[in-house]
Write a protein that binds this ligand. Structure first.
Ligand code: CA
Length: 219
């Protein structure tokens, strides 16, 4: 369990982050502007900050500069707009530890958060296994009965979400937001398409369709 400060002014993204991080067992505090972020980071202890760059009033860079000026080494992950390359460079120069480009999926963010928090605690598993399937989360490789299977980045993320919840029925919406992000069309059939790809690569019986609800992984 870590204490995470989320600084994001778009309510939809803030709530997406808060829900996902809470489900992971983290304690979150959400603020929607830079001044509150600076004040809170001064008065409370956090393990990590997720910091949007484009904020009303004082922007994310100013908040970051504030933190670093006070010698605060707390890990900061910037949330930057799509293709805002100068933002990333400026952010890393200003002392950010990492950045995630919007729109992002929860799994992408989770991977970054995990890396940053691992430096202080080492209780995150680096492999996941269910039945004949094993995923190595560091090398991003998958094996079935010890044989390596080539998965695309999205296939790997989908497999990762399913393996984190063996025997649980996961809804299409859950899988969409975790793998494809909050910006994805909820009417899309991309989840079904990718489940088909995974079945072909990992074995047909591995993923069960639960009609009208979603999918379940069999270990
Ligand atoms: Ca913003």
């Amino acid at each position: 369990m870590s204490r995470i400060l989320v600084v994001e002014d778009e309510p939809r993204i803030a709530s997406f982050l808060q829900k996902g991080l809470r489900a992971e067992g983290h304690v979150t505090t959400v603020v929607d502007n830079g001044d509150d972020a600076s004040a809170l980071a001064r008065s409370q202890d956090f393990d990590l900050v997720l910091l949007d760059v484009g904020l009303p009033g004082k922007d994310g860079f100013a908040v970051l500069a504030d933190l670093r000026r006070r010698g605060e080494r707390l890990p900061v992950i910037l949330l930057t707009a799509r293709d805002a390359v100068p933002d990333r460079v400026n952010g890393l120069d200003a002392g950010a530890d990492d950045y995630v480009t919007k729109p992002f999926s929860f799994e992408e963010l989770r991977a970054r958060v995990r890396v940053r928090l691992r430096e202080s605690s080492d209780d995150n598993p680096t492999t996941l296994a269910a039945g004949r399937v094993r995923l190595d989360l560091l090398s991003r490789t998958a094996t079935v009965d010890g044989r390596t299977v080539e998965l695309t980045a999205q296939e790997f993320l989908l497999a990762e979400v399913l393996l984190r919840h063996p025997q649980q029925v996961l809804s299409r919406e859950h899988l969409l937001s975790h793998v494809w992000g909050y910006d994805y069309d909820p009417g899309s059939n991309i989840v079904d398409v990718y489940v088909g790809y995974l079945r072909r690569k990992l074995g047909k019986a591995v993923i069960e369709t639960v009609r009208g609800v979603g999918y379940r992984l069999h270990g």
